[in-house]
Ligand binder design. Structure first.
Ligand code: ATP
Ligand code: MG
Length: 201
């Protein structure tokens, strides 16, 4: 037997073992339910991940909703596209929170957007709901954490919810089925490069 044949056989055996392990884990996953996903951390890719899942669901003919907190008044490529495909948007009426410096107006705007999101979370016609940048609303105490947890826990069992934003509250992580933390390795902005249409919004 040549060396190459030996190597091929060993590779085949390893792959076969790996396949058996993966198949066993796929068989073991029997639960079918809507998920809670949290995408957090300081790196770039949280909102784009959330919108990626919305695009995925829309591609399967599913009904989706998006709540956009904080950057509602900004131009948004995903909103421009997905609103044309039946995705319902609840958009916070003020711009960047740290730009407006008006806590009362920001709180009112956040609460108004949250009410629209709550209606989606209570509606079983929605398959997936994205709550983009929701974590900050809790950190700033614009929306009560308990109210968010209750709405998520009471949602229809088939509905999935995605929450994005930095520094997600510990209790959000606890109720989530899937949590991903995007780590910042480097970001173009730190080298003085301007945010780009199509990449950053
Ligand atoms: P994206 O919307 O691109 O997925 P994100 O949701 O992970 O980004 P946010 O914290 O919501 O990030 O910030 C949104 C904007 O800030 C985007 O323009 C993004 O490119 C930029 N950004 C994200 N992470 C960083 C970072 N570590 N340093 C500087 N700018 C960042
Ligand atoms: Mg974001």
């Amino acid at each position: 037997m040549t060396d190459t044949t030996n190597k091929d056989d060993r590779h085949k055996a390893r792959q076969q073992k790996l396949k058996e392990q993966v198949d066993a884990r796929i068989d073991a996953a029997q639960q079918e339910k809507g998920l809670v996903l949290v995408i957090t951390g300081n790196g770039k890719g949280k909102s784009t991940s959330g919108f990626g899942m919305i695009a995925r669901a829309v591609g399967h003919g599913q009904h989706c909703g998006v709540g956009q907190f904080i950057k509602g008044t900004w131009d948004c490529g995903e909103r421009n596209l997905l609103a044309q495909h039946g995705v319902n948007f609840a958009v916070m009426a003020t711009g960047f929170t740290w730009e407006t410096q008006n806590k009362e107006a920001d709180t009112a705007a956040a609460k108004e957007t949250w009410q629209q999101c709550k209606a989606m979370l209570a509606d079983d016609s929605y398959d997936v709901v994205l709550l983009d940048e929701l974590t900050y609303m809790i950190t700033y105490d614009y929306i009560a954490l308990d109210d968010v947890i209750e709405a998520i826990e009471k949602r229809p069992t088939t509905q999935s919810v995605i929450i994005t934003g930095r520094a997600a509250h510990r209790q959000l992580l606890e109720i989530a089925d899937t949590v991903s933390e995007v780590r910042n390795v480097k970001h173009a902005f730190e080298s003085g490069i301007k945010a780009r249409k199509g990449i950053d919004w």
